[in-house]
Design a protein. Sequence first.
Length: 371
Amino acid sequence: MLITWILGKDIVGYVRGHKWLIFGTLFFTSISSLFAVIPAYLLKPFVDLGMLAKEGTITWEIPWISLKQGTLLGFEISKRVILQGVDQRTLLTFLTLIAFGSVLLRSLCSYLGSLLGAAFSTKVVNKVRIDLFERFLNLHIGFFHGMKTGELVGRANSDLSVMQGKISEILTGIIEHPITAAVFILYLLYMNYKLTLLMVIFVPAFAGVLKLFGKKVKKHAEKVQENTAELSQRYHEAITCIKIIQGFSQEEKELNRFREEAVELYKRIMKWYRWHLGLGPLMDSLSFLSIPVTLILGRVVFGHTLGEIISIVFAFSKVYGPVKKLSLINNNIKTLQGSMKRIFEILHTPSEIMETKQPVYLQSFNNRIEF
């Protein structure tokens, strides 16, 4: 299952009871992605027919798939007339209404998909939160002697907060962005498959950058959570032992120790931010190289019209957007995996005091005790 592959096998038991929420999220997110290509396609007739064409009647046709026996695939791509014998004003108005309607429907589907995704992540994290508390209550005392209270509280709070924020974002993004990119790639192949294939040379560079940044983000995310837990432990110790600290005038010593750990946390967070935020600008720089190549090849080599070039460049930019967001989704997955690892380490910790399969039940006391 996709969710298991992304989030890991530990989350399987928490996903099974919410399949309809997952299905609804995937359905509305997919529909939202399909609507994204409509404005890109409308740019060509908007520029070539609505703005650059000579005054007179205009006919607008769109590609159409027709069933036809005797062909290899059983269908053929033909043309279907949508508007015939209209002026430029009518065409521009009609195209604007179609674009507005597609954007409106896409926004609605995106909202519903995000809402269902948020409901799913909240339910999953709430169940994990309850199971974690139950695990705390049933673990042997020796476990708590070997762990700092602040670290356990930090895992229960900060790591679960990370899970709740990331699961919904990952669930919607891992479906929306690939489908959006695929739809625009199919459109680009339809417009000019040769030009589209030439742009594939940039893919290895994107993949290499994505892999490098993903590993670094996961590494530093785990360290940030560890330092956050240590600070939570300092808070807990200071509050519970405040009488001892003040009685022995140790305020300055404790403050200096806390300050050192806070500075260390700051350094960890900044290292995480360097890799997390640095990915976007680097991807922007790499993608910028493809725009001049597209303009030159589209006009000089393939002889596209202005409307076709604008449509192709717009589609290329829309392909880059989901790819860039997927790279950030990859960072979020690594961050989430770091938090989940710390949570499920506790959930999978066995208790040293195990209940026997056939326990002896003590009868209730009714009479007296003899020595």
